[in-house]
Design a protein around this ligand. Structure first.
Ligand SMILES: Cc1cc2nc3c(=O)[nH]c(=O)nc-3n(C[C@H](O)[C@H](O)[C@H](O)COP(=O)(O)OP(=O)(O)OC[C@H]3O[C@@H](n4cnc5c(N)ncnc54)[C@H](O)[C@@H]3O)c2cc1C
Length: 246
């Protein structure tokens, strides 16, 4: 029996009895898709980073923004639309969350954030198809297989979404399980292939979320990350040098 039944998995408890329940985190996520035209004219007059009329799509400040206790991201989509997400700590609940209450709380949390975050949140609301979700994770797992029971995807390793790979890993679990079994391999061989990577990603995603939403020590964090970015650019340019010469 393969349990690909998500973070609330019923099969997980058959594989690891300690892991029946999903684990609540202190974070909520807001997500939505917005036409770029709705992001302007912008209510950003105190800031000089945005023009006062509609921002051309290709100059929108796409990317991820980390602030004290808050995270915001904007991603370009086809048709001059944007996917956006915002995360902060929240005690709101229980589920289902009231979207308007989460948006109102986020608007307060992001009140002095980057203009694009504030403007996007101003355009959000239940009427605009905004999703508000409490973030849940799976408990740590030392096995994905027990007898004839197997778990994969979020059932096995639901993580905080910071690495953007939960769905990718769910697909990889399924593909590699099929490959392994078709090649005559065992369920345990598949587990050895997938468990270390996906449990590592689960832990790393939690650490990235804690780092992104750190309420203190931002200057040290940002300086360290800027250093890492410089090193990465240097490594990339060093790597490109010989390739270009060839
Ligand atoms: C805010 C947020 C942002 C994310 N961003 C990304 C991203 O950018 N990139 C990425 O790769 N991932 C992302 N993810 C993670 C991604 O959504 C999940 O990792 C992925 O959906 C897991 O797929 P799954 O099939 O394992 O589980 P699910 O998508 O939860 O699917 C499980 C399915 O099983 C069904 N089910 C449950 N119990 C039963 C039952 N008893 N009988 C029959 N059916 C049942 C459920 O109804 C559901 O349809 C994000 C998650 C969140 C919360």
């Amino acid at each position: 029996m393969v349990g690909a039944d998500g973070v609330r998995s019923r099969v997980r408890g058959l594989v690891a009895p300690h892991a029946v329940d999903r684990v609540e985190t202190p974070y909520v996520a807001l997500r939505g898709i917005v036409p770029a035209a709705r992001l302007g004219p912008l209510d950003t007059q105190p800031f000089d980073t945005m023009p006062s009329d509609t921002q051309p799509f290709d100059t929108l400040p796409f990317g991820e923004y980390w602030g004290p206790g808050r995270l915001f991201g904007l991603v370009p989509l086809a048709g001059e639309r944007c996917y956006w997400f915002a995360t902060h700590r929240s005690a709101l609940g229980p589920e289902p969350l009231d979207v308007d209450a989460v948006v109102a709380e986020a608007q307060a949390v992001f009140a002095d954030a980057a203009p694009i975050a504030r403007t996007t949140l101003q355009s959000a609301g239940s009427a605009a198809g905004t999703l508000a979700t409490r973030l849940w994770v799976a408990p740590p797992m030392r096995r994905y297989v027990h007898g004839r029971y197997v778990v994969m995807g979020d059932a096995a390793h639901a993580s905080l979404p910071n690495l953007g790979r939960g769905a990718c890993d769910a697909i990889l679990d399924a593909v590699t399980l099929g490959e392994t079994l078709n090649a005559g391999g065992s369920l345990l061989a598949w587990q050895a292939r997938r468990l270390p990577l996906t449990q590592g990603a689960r832990v790393l995603a939690g650490r990235v979320m804690a780092l992104a939403l750190a309420a203190r020590g931002q200057r040290a964090r940002d300086t360290a990350l800027a250093g890492v970015g410089r090193l990465a650019r240097l490594a990339a340019s060093t790597h490109q040098g010989p390739a270009t010469a060839r």
